[in-house]
Design a protein around this ligand. Sequence first.
Ligand code: BYC
Length: 476
Amino acid sequence: MSAIDYFEKIPNNVDLANDKTLQRALEHWQPRFLDWWREMGPNDFASVDVYLRTAVGVDAQGWAHYGTVKMPEYRWGIFLADPIADRAIGFGDSFGQPVWQQVPGEFRSQFRRLIVTQGDTEPASVEQQHRLGHTCPSLYDLRNLFQINVEEGRHLWAMVYILHAYFGRDGREEAEELLARHSGDVDKPRILGTFNEPIEDWLSFFCFCYFTDRDGKFQLKSLAESSFDPLARTCRFMLTEEAHHMFVGETGLGRIVRRTLEVMKQTGSDGPEAVRRQGAVDLPLLQRYLNFWFSSSLDLFGSEVSSNAATTFANGIKGRPDETTQYQDHVCADSTFEIEVPDGKGGVMKDTSPMRNAMNEVLRDAYIRDCEIGLRRWNMQIKRAGHNFELKLPSSRFRRAIGAWANIPTDLEGHPVSREEHDRRMPGWLPSASDRDYVKSLMQRVVEPGKMAAWIAPPERGINNLSLDYEYVRLD
Ligand code: BYC
């Protein structure tokens, strides 16, 4: 295992002390990062003590340390997973050749584009969640929000390290830009659509963690296959932290379902009004939030047919998740993939794309299957409680803004419909203004240790074997 130097200004396992130029460049960026954190992060909580996990190593057994920290003092560091001896390129035209320790000149701009896009999402999510701390449903949840925020900050560090270390002046300029764009900013928005959507309530937050962080899992897994070894190692370690973010989403939504079912049992009614009278989230309302965040997150995979995707696969830049273990053909020079596209006459038709061009769709399909797992679990809870209601993922054709289905009006099942019908039925498909007002009315902050807001059930256990009434955040 590579040692992590905690006495350094920037904890790292990349031997920063022996690269003074890089160290100085990163130490120059560090105060800018902290200024950004103070301005755009959970700034109203700068002085509170939070029970946080900090990465202290990269091996599976003991990579994290838990302790009480004030967030601006969190040790954001640079950690790469240990190298794999004799690792060879796992896909594309250079399959089987040794991986690269430097970026080949001819692929520089493609790598930079992907690394910047990945890096951009990390601070974006912190900005989106900027004010959520004020309406937390419990101290446990508040701590989880802050844990996610500091780790997204560390993931920004991960990408900034790669930009500084391997992309020279261009990389340093891009690192500055990562702090200059802001989520939802009219003039300088974040790069990808979902990261400009406001997250103003905890139901949206849990949906974001469930759907959008899961895109992070798939994109990081694809980049973890990259032939550029430092990028692959960086992403492998990021995935370790990412798992907790999806856990927060999945258990958050599961706890909401559990609470709603309790209320339905108590009142003996499954009517949305009865559920709302008890201050819980009715299942149709939850479905509309799922529709919103799922469809938005689907766009994050890019177009069904993409020359960028073909090039990055051919060049060994970005593979498929678990490329080595999940696929037989790692070159995909002659294979094809069938996709469904609009037929231009208000219907759907099958089309065949070269496999390399369809890599975004291959990933999106795998992502959708992964998203279904949580829904199956929640539907089981609903069924066991004796209710005839099923949460469903909408079709991947519904409400798309990117790719073949962009701006094509369809219903939830993906059947093309007229614009008029689409607009008329939309309030039943996505959260309406009154849904959002209702959810907002639930967002009353609960900060007594062990207590939960009325719209969410308690988690099964606390953090790191601590009890649920542990004071995870000391607000004083
Ligand atoms: N919104 O050929 P196309 C995470 C752009 S989440 C706006 O269709 P391509 C996290 C695209 O950039 C993971 N623009 O697709 C989660 C391109 O623009 P340029 C983030 C979009 O190139 C929660 C153009 O459309 N990581 O980590 O194959 C919290 C044509 O693109 C969108 C990554 O995404 C969109 N939704 O791109 C915190 C990995 N979709 O370059 C963190 C890095 C596409 O022509 N990125 N465009 O100006 C990539 O791998 C690829 O850039 C994409 C697909 C997956 C985005």
